[in-house]
Design a protein around this ligand. Sequence first.
Ligand SMILES: [Zn+2]
Length: 188
Amino acid sequence: MEKLEKILRTRIRKLGLDTRIKEKTIFLYWEDIVGKLSRFSTPAFVNQGVLFVNVPNSVWAHNMLIFKHEILNRINSRLGSKIIKDIRFKCGKVGVRRFKGFDGETGKKIESIDLTEKELAKVDAIAFHIKDEVLRERFKEIVVKDLKYRKWKLQQKWKPCVECKRLHDEKHQLCYYCRSINNNNSVI
Ligand SMILES: [Zn+2]
């Protein structure tokens, strides 16, 4: 068993999944990291070391700025390395899962997308490091949704962003997040 874990870990590292797994951990521990502020903020996305957080309005975006460095420190000490370099606060849905496409008709379509056995095995492998069973299941749920969402995007012929390679459906070459990073504002 130990040997298998070692093999999986090496494979995960080789695939560059280490950072991505750690990034996803933020979604899992958000309440823990920001406490009561989680009522007014929901992590949305990580791109090139920048964490995007949804807040209900621009007033809250400015309020959250006060806590930015404290939140950054807490996240990175939780992740065990300085993976997150900056946080951007943006107006958006708060208190919901970050997959906006999962509501309504589109949501049903995404949910009904099947994953292959290989893909499911991959999910198991990357969730392997989480000891707590409840957290592990929640994590797997997030990753499964992520994979289904990606498949759906490919079906819709979304194009990869020229910078971060993530799929998006905008008319720009850069995705929304890369454009925001280039704008260099803490509130967007
Ligand atoms: Zn991008």
